[in-house]
Design a protein around this ligand. Sequence first.
Ligand SMILES: Nc1ncnc2c1ncn2[C@@H]1O[C@H](COP(=O)(O)OP(=O)(O)O)[C@@H](O)[C@H]1O
Ligand SMILES: [Mg+2]
Length: 262
Amino acid sequence: MKLECRNICKLYGEGTTASRALDTISFETGEGEFLSVIGPSGCGKSTLLKIIAGLLPPTEGTVTYTGDNPGTPLNSMVFQEHGVFPWMNVIDNVAFGLEMRHVPRKERYAQSMEFLKKVGLASYATRNPHELSVGMRQRIAIARAFVNNPAILLMDEPFGSLDAQTRLILQDELLNIWSEHRKTVIFVTHDIDEAILLGDRVMVMSGSPGKIQEIIDIDFQRPRDLRIESTREFIDIRIRIWNILRAEVGRSIGGDNHGAGN
Ligand SMILES: Nc1ncnc2c1ncn2[C@@H]1O[C@H](COP(=O)(O)OP(=O)(O)O)[C@@H](O)[C@H]1O
Ligand SMILES: [Mg+2]
């Protein structure tokens, strides 16, 4: 399944008080591509994902899905937090989307168990989410997104609230599951290294209003692991992305030592 965004604009509010969150965003994804999206806070990343998910109408422009995956939902969303229902146990959380599609109980538990194994939570199937760490809850959200077998997976800073070590483990697990199932993924992050480590391409955005600055090809072979982070190519890409972002970030935090030209 491929996705094409053509000239997406988004205004919040109306008339003279309207503010432009996104300005003529155009890009497409390849089949099974992992696209990382990075940009300063407030540049419209979440707005863009919601428009792609069909949760929010664009003011202008179109989102087109092409390809055929009959019977599967078009997309699944994974958020930074609050993705897990506290009143359901772990396996029912994972199986939620399947239940909504009336997949019989035995079948949905079998499928959910398969993904719980992949994220290392099989023995927690009947636990309640509040007994688990934040990292484990994000694993539930990831298992649920994949078990839904969506055409496209939309992830909005899913590891943003995790500590650095847990984050590394979940990045690894995500890459493993992704390389097995090859979903098209749009992965929003504010972590430059994460964007490069995971993505086939990194889309770098700037804010006020949100625009695409550059889309950078990331050519490291897969499977990838942390070792690529110490290569010259990785460091060059990191600097290239930082040079785009630093002017933006500087502008938003103010002061004499930041901002364009410094
Ligand atoms: N529901 C809303 N109503 C009005 N403005 C909004 C709304 N949601 C987001 N915005 C504004 O749109 C801009 C982009 O927000 P958002 O998409 O959340 O950015 P990001 O996810 O990159 O941090 C911000 O200036 C934000 O304040
Ligand atoms: Mg956001």
